[in-house]
Design a protein. Structure first.
Length: 225
């Protein structure tokens, strides 16, 4: 329990709730698509079960790595945007021009959270802070790697329930159906949890998430993915 709690804290430190659920959803869709595709030509007996197990685990390991790399790249882009903003403020000919840059780049992000008068004061405060800041290096930092590990961990964990039937059921077709059922149940769970943060109907959102997941998997299978 302590290890699980520490793992949860580690993941939540780098990923917000929506991102965490998104990673799980991504992993579920990937493994569902991979196992359904592999099931079209799976062999009978132990060889077929092993083939499906490799498809389930291998798919999510690969996509977990890809998702982790994308996380690092996104962090680098975010820092690059901040560095570009700082450089633009430093190069502005006067304070008014620098303030216009802040208004253009940052104010729109707060339109739904602040009143116009407050946004003006916020822009002034941001300008005062950034005008004294220096553009930092865009090198990869430790937190980028930790966040990438959190992404990989969630994507990988999402495949484990789907892999269990392939470990205990010797018939590949039956194991595949049980695995698919577990994945659909988990898709419903993701939708149910998502509704909690989106303040929507949980039952309906769970059903919609299953439908979306099946639709995306269907597209992937039809296109050979």
């Amino acid at each position: 329990m302590a290890d699980a709690s520490e793992s949860d804290r580690f993941v939540s430190r780098y990923l917000d709730p929506a991102s965490r659920l998104g990673e799980v959803l991504f992993g579920l869709i990937m493994v569902l698509g991979a196992t359904l595709t592999a099931g079209l030509s799976v062999a009978e007996g132990a060889g077929g079960v092993r083939q499906l197990l490799q498809a389930a685990v291998g798919c999510n390991i690969a996509w977990g790595i890809i998702d982790g790399v994308m996380y690092v790249m996104n962090c680098m882009i975010t820092r690059a945007e901040k560095a570009r903003l700082i450089e633009a403020i430093h190069e502005a000919p006067d304070e008014r021009s620098a303030l216009d840059i802040v208004r253009t780049e940052i104010e729109p992000r707060f339109e739904t959270l602040t009143q116009p008068l407050h946004r003006e004061a916020l822009s002034q405060s941001i300008l005062a802070y950034l005008s004294k800041s220096e553009a930092t290096s865009n090198a990869i930092v430790r937190d980028d790697l930790y966040g990438a590990i959190a992404c990989f961990w969630l994507v990988f964990l999402s495949c484990l329930p789907a892999a269990i039937p392939f470990l205990i059921i010797p018939q590949p077709r039956l194991a595949l159906r049980v695995s698919n059922g577990l994945l659909l149940a988990m898709l419903f769970w993701v939708g149910h949890r998502w509704a909690r943060y989106a303040h929507t109907n949980r039952l309906l959102t769970g059903i919609v998430m299953v439908a979306i997941g099946l639709g995306l998997v269907g597209i992937a299978v039809l296109l050979g993915g």
